[in-house]
Design a protein around this ligand. Structure first.
Ligand SMILES: [Zn+2]
Length: 52
């Protein structure tokens, strides 16, 4: 049985810390990229998806 969604990390593109997890639909081929607050950089940075 397959899950309809899978978990991915959102990784800060500056410090490479994995600050968030999110769900992504398995058919979505695009790469998620979101501006999120990074507590290590102490500012908003682009966060890119990484697989668990
Ligand atoms: Zn960061």
């Amino acid at each position: 049985m397959k899950n309809k969604e899978r978990h991915v990390f959102l990784e800060c593109t500056e410090c490479r810390n994995r600050n968030y997890t999110t769900n992504k639909k398995p058919r979505a081929d695009y790469k998620l990229e979101k501006s999120k607050y990074c507590r290590f950089c102490r500012k908003h940075t682009p966060h890119r998806e990484k697989k668990l």
